[in-house]
Design a protein around this ligand. Structure first.
Ligand code: ZN
Length: 556
C-alpha cells in the first residue's frame, strides 16, 4: 500500500494496552480507518457518517467514529480527518486525459481576457527561452473571451516573439502560428493547404483550421517514455482534483493501447475507461480494421468497451432546428452540419450492436439529437440501446420532448457545465441569447427523469471538477450567469459527478458512492460543498485522494 504521510493530518498507529489485549484486536482488522469526518456517502438515502474502515482495497464498514475505530488492529493506519468532508472519488464521465497530458508544461492562456494580454504573456515567456525554442500554448482558450473578440494575428505573434516559433494551439484541429513556425514547417503561401487560412490580401493569416499535422510534425517529437510520463503527470493532476475514475472520450487505437499497457504495468493512479474514436470520413471497413485489433476489455483499472462518433459540430456548426444567430461565412439560413454523415452513424451503430460495444455519440444541437433519437427508436427492436449502455455526449440543446424520448429508450447522457463556463460568450455569439440560456439544461434532464453523468470535457472545459460543480449549481460562466433556471442543487451535482457518472461507465456497483463492499475510492475536501455558500464551491481544495485504499494524492 502506498502511504505518503504528512504531519498535517494526524496519523497514528495505535497499539493495544496490555490490559485490553483480549478486546482490542478485531477478527478482521481494517488496514486503514478514516475517522472524525463529515462523510457524504451519496448512497440511495444520501446518508452521512463519521468514519470509514478499509481493507483489501474495499470499504468494509461505515459508521460513527467510535464504532468504526473498533475495527482497528495493531497494524491499522488511522487518520483523523478533523471534521473534513469525505466524498466518493470523483468519476469524470467525459474528459480527455490525452489532452490534459498534451497540455502539461505548455503555456496557459485560458484566463487571458484580451489579445494584448496574450501577446504580453508570449513576449515575457519568449524572453526566458533560447531563440528557436517552440512556444506552444495549452488548448482550452477561446477568442470570444478576449475583449477584441478575435485570435491574435500572425504579425502580432511575430512582433511578440520574432526569434521563436509560436503555436497557439486551440484544439486538436485548430490554432494560430507565427511566421517562424510556418517557416520551420515548410509552409509557404504557394504550397499551403486549405487548412491554412488567408487574409483579404491572400496572405497566410497564421490561423489554421481542420488539421495541425504540418505544424505538429515540425515540432520536436516526444519519445515513448516522455509520453508515458506526461500521462502520469496528467493522472496526478486529476487526482489533485479528487478524480478516481475517468472516461477519456476520444482516443486513437495507439492511445488506447498505451493506457492499457500503463494499466498492465500498474502505473495508473486513476481508473480509466478508454473510448475509441471513429473517424468521420474513413469508410466503415477501415474503422472496423482499426478497432477490431483493439480488444474489448472490462477490468477494475482499465476498460475499453466503447466507440465514439462525433455526429455534429460545436459552437459554430452544431446541427440546430433553427437558423444560427451568427455565421462566420455569412451564409443565410445556416443550421449547422453533420461531422459524420447519418448513414455512417447508422452503420457504426449496427456494428456496435452486433459486437456488444457501447456507442457514445457527440450531439450538441437539438436537430442532431432529433435525428439520433429517430434512429435509435427505429432500431430498438433489433438493438436494445438502453441495455447496451449507449450514451449521448453533451446534449447541449436537448429539449423537453427529447428528454422523454431519452428516458423511454433508457439511454444515458453526459453533460459538462464547464463547457458553459468556458464557451458562454461563444454560444451567445453563434446561437443567440435564448439558446445560450438553455444550453446544458441539467435541471430539465433531472426533472424529466434522466440523470446526467457529469464531466469536465477538459481541456475545453476546466480540468477542475469543482468548477463544473460550481457552474452546475450557479450557472456561472466566464460571461456571467446564464440560464439560472437550469441550476441544480449541490447534492444533485455531487451525484452527477460520482454515482450518476459511474452509471454511465457501468461501474456503479463498484464505485461512485461510499458503501460497504465498494472500492475505497475517496476524496477528502477542505469544505462541505453541500452546506457552504455556492460561490465558495469553486475554491474547494482536495486534501487527499484515495484509490483502492491507497493514498495517491495528498496536499502539502
Ligand atoms: Zn470531449
Amino acid at each position: 500500500m502506498i502511504l505518503r504521510m504528512t504531519n498535517k493530518l494526524k496519523v497514528a498507529v495505535v497499539f493495544c494496552q496490555v490490559a485490553l489485549i483480549s478486546s482490542c484486536e478485531p477478527e478482521n482488522p481494517a488496514e486503514l480507518i478514516l475517522f472524525n469526518a463529515n462523510v457524504l456517502t451519496v448512497d440511495e438515502q444520501n446518508s452521512t457518517a463519521a468514519a470509514v474502515a478499509i481493507a483489501g482495497g474495499r470499504i468494509t464498514a461505515i459508521g460513527s467514529s467510535k464504532l468504526i475505530l473498533r475495527h482497528a488492529g495493531r497494524e491499522t493506519t488511522k487518520i483523523d480527518l478533523d471534521g473534513k468532508t469525505l466524498i466518493p472519488g470523483i468519476v469524470d464521465a467525459h474528459t480527455h486525459i490525452r489532452g490534459i497530458a498534451g497540455n502539461i508544461g505548455k503555456l496557459n492562456i485560458t484566463d487571458a481576457t484580451s489579445v494584448v494580454e496574450v501577446l504580453a504573456t508570449i513576449k515575457r515567456y519568449a524572453d526566458t527561452l533560447p531563440a528557436g525554442a517552440w512556444i506552444e500554448t495549452a488548448t482550452g482558450w477561446q477568442p470570444t473571451n478576449f475583449t477584441e473578440n478575435r485570435v491574435p494575428t500572425r504579425d502580432e505573434l511575430d512582433k511578440a516573439a520574432p526569434e521563436h516559433p509560436v503555436f497557439l494551439k486551440k484544439g486538436y484541429q485548430n490554432g494560430v502560428v507565427n511566421s517562424k513556425a510556418l517557416e520551420l514547417a515548410g509552409i509557404t503561401a504557394e504550397n499551403a493547404g486549405l487548412n491554412f487560412l488567408r487574409d483579404s490580401g491572400n496572405n497566410l493569416s497564421g490561423e489554421i483550421y481542420g488539421s495541425l499535422d504540418e505544424i505538429s510534425a515540425a515540432q520536436p517529437q516526444l519519445g515513448a517514455e516522455q509520453i508515458e510520463r506526461s500521462y502520469e503527470a496528467a493522472m496526478q493532476l486529476v487526482n489533485s482534483f479528487g478524480v478516481t475514475s475517468l472516461r477519456d472520450a476520444a482516443l486513437a487505437p495507439a492511445q488506447v493501447e498505451l493506457l492499457r499497457s500503463l494499466a498492465e504495468a500498474n502505473r495508473l493512479t486513476v481508473r480509466i475507461n478508454a473510448v475509441g474514436l471513429i473517424y468521420p470520413r474513413t469508410p466503415l471497413q477501415v474503422d472496423k480494421r482499426m478497432w477490431e485489433d483493439v480488444p474489448v476489455s472490462r477490468g477494475d483499472w482499465f476498460t475499453h468497451d466503447t466507440l465514439k462518433i462525433v455526429a455534429d459540430g460545436g459552437i459554430s456548426d452544431a446541427l440546430l432546428r433553427d437558423d444560427y444567430a451568427w455565421t462566420d461565412s455569412g451564409e443565410a439560413g445556416f443550421r449547422g452540419r453533420f461531422v459524420t454523415q447519418m448513414d455512417k452513424i447508422k452503420a457504426v451503430a449496427a456494428w456496435a450492436c452486433e459486437t456488444d460495444r457501447k456507442l457514445a455519440v457527440h450531439a450538441i444541437g437539438d436537430a442532431m439529437i432529433d435525428r439520433l433519437l429517430d434512429h435509435y427508436e427505429a432500431i430498438r427492436n433489433e438493438c436494445n440501446v438502453g441495455q447496451l449502455g449507449w450514451t449521448i455526449e453533451h446534449v447541449a440543446l436537448v429539449t423537453s420532448d427529447q428528454v422523454d424520448r431519452i428516458k423511454n429508450l433508457k439511454i444515458s447522457v453526459t453533460t459538462q457545465s464547464g463547457l458553459n463556463y468556458s464557451l458562454a460568450s461563444a454560444w451567445r455569439k453563434y446561437w443567440g441569447e435564448e439558446r445560450m440560456a438553455r444550453s446544458i439544461p441539467n435541471r430539465l434532464l433531472i426533472d424529466g427523469g434522466v440523470m446526467p453523468g457529469g464531466g469536465t470535457d477538459a481541456n475545453t472545459g476546466p480540468v477542475n471538477t469543482f468548477v463544473a460543480i460550481w457552474s452546475d449549481v450557479t450557472r456561472q460562466t466566464r460571461d456571467g450567469i446564464v440560464g439560472a433556471e437550469q441550476a441544480v442543487t449541490p447534492l444533485e451535482s455531487l451525484r452527477m459527478h460520482t454515482i450518476w457518472a459511474a452509471q454511465v461507465l457501468g461501474t456503479h456497483h463498484d464505485v461512485g458512492s461510499i458503501e460497504v463492499g465498494k472500492f475505497a475510492d475517496l476524496a477528502v475536501l477542505d469544505r462541505d460543498i453541500l452546506s457552504i455558500p455556492f460561490n465558495s464551491i469553486k475554491d474547494t481544495q482536495v486534501v487527499m485522494t484515495i484509490i483502492n485504499g491507497d493514498i495517491v494524492f495528498e496536499r502539502d
